[in-house]
Design a protein around this ligand. Structure first.
Ligand code: NAD
Ligand code: MG
Length: 356
């Protein structure tokens, strides 16, 4: 039996994880948490809001599936890695914001860190057991979001409803906006850097509108291994939950003769500046990735509330990254402070933009 705690159990990832746990008698749901929605009776231990690490202390899980959205997932990520409990990570924001602290915690805890993000699950599978020096580069695919093919000016007046209409994936609102700005692929480059120990020159992003290829790894001999499948998060969630057995899922096998389209294009960096900003923040290191994430969370929330325009999200992130000192966080408190400072600067920027 694997004792599983699901954090973010009412979300898009969380509910799909519950479906998979339900289908596997060897997976036992011991705890479930949500941010604000009621979850009485869902698991022996449940919690709405509050300190997620207290729930984990009581639950003593073998596996934590962290499907909380945003920086709020940080505490459980560090708690789990520190103790050597297996971490199945959908909450990319915590790894982006606290990459170094998370890796140090994992080194002490010596537990497994399994990615749930589809591209990273795919990359993990293509890389598993292969020495890094044989890897030429990792290619992360992006659907391009609902605004692929538009130029900068055409994005000025897009509404939250338009931005929330993702072409290939059905996900929570925050990551759906991140997919529209391509901040999601920005966060994912930083996530990949910390997960796989690859420097940024070896992490590429390519637009692939049908989202069938989830990632490719190019090797030094000219070969590339790719991971294909329909865009369905139950596959990477199940892969992590049943690792290393690769349990069955109800997802259909690919219909190869049914008109599968595998097209790729380079991302439009001018229209989607969140990609370049992420790359730069990642390369600068220190607490720059934390600031990128914090300012993006503030920008996305302001856009969804109708306070700012879509392109302002990138303006807020760019200005915040200019204003922070980016000094490395030497511990948890330092990081919390870096996050808070970036949020304060980003809120100021939101104020200035909504008045103009
Ligand atoms: P969602 O908005 O659908 O669900 C978020 C969950 O987190 C909810 O259960 C909510 O109650 C909980 N939550 C929010 N704030 C909280 C807080 N302060 N404390 C405790 N719980 C809180 O989000 P989602 O789309 O399921 O995404 C979850 C995470 O997985 C994100 O980090 C996202 O980037 C990542 N991810 C999602 C997908 C996807 O297909 N949805 C794919 C890849 C990665
Ligand atoms: Mg992803």
């Amino acid at each position: 039996m694997k004792r599983v705690a699901v954090l973010g159990a009412t979300g898009s990832i969380g509910t799909q994880a519950l479906e998979i746990i339900e289908a596997h008698p060897e997976l036992e749901l011991v705890a479930a948490a949500s941010g604000s929605q009621q979850i009485d009776g869902l698991a022996p231990l449940t919690q709405v809001g509050g300190d997620l690490t207290e729930l984990l202390e009581r639950a003593e899980p073998d596996v934590v599936l962290n499907a909380v959205v945003g920086f709020a997932g940080l505490g459980p990520t560090l708690w789990t890695l520190e103790r050597g409990v297996t971490l199945e990570l959908a909450n990319k924001e915590s790894l982006v914001a606290a990459g170094e602290l998370a890796l140090a915690a994992q080194e002490r805890g010596r537990g497994l860190l399994l990615p749930v993000d589809s591209e990273h699950s795919a990359a993990f599978q293509c890389l598993e057991g292969r020495p890094l020096e044989t890897v030429y580069s990792l290619v992360l695919t992006a659907s391009g979001g609902p605004f692929r093919g538009r130029n900068r000016d055409e994005l000025t007046d897009v509404t939250p409803e338009e931005a929330l209409a993702h072409p290939t994936w059905n996900m929570g609102p925050k990551i759906t906006i991140d997919s529209a700005t391509l901040a999601n692929k920005g966060l994912e480059q930083i996530e990949a850097h910390f997960l796989f120990g690859l420097e940024y020159e070896r992490i590429e992003v390519v637009v692939h509108p049908t989202s069938v290829v989830h990632a490719l790894v190019r090797f030094r001999d000219g070969a590339a291994l790719a991971h294909l499948g329909y865009p369905d998060m139950r596959v990477p969630i199940s892969y992590a939950l049943t690792y290393p057995e690769r349990g069955a899922t109800p997802v259909e096998p690919l219909d190869l003769a049914g008109g599968l389209v595998l097209e790729f294009e380079t991302p439009d960096l001018e229209t989607f500046p969140m990609l370049t900003l992420a790359r730069r923040a990642g390369e600068q290191g220190g607490s720059y990735p934390c600031a990128y994430n914090a300012a993006n969370e503030v920008g996305v929330a302001a856009f969804l509330e109708g306070g700012i325009r879509f392109p302002d999200i990138a303006v807020i992130v760019g200005e915040t990254l200019e204003a922070v000192d980016g000094a490395p966080a030497h511990g948890y408190d330092d990081l919390i402070e870096a996050d808070a400072e970036a949020r304060r600067l980003a809120e100021q920027e939101v104020g200035a933009l909504s008045r103009s």
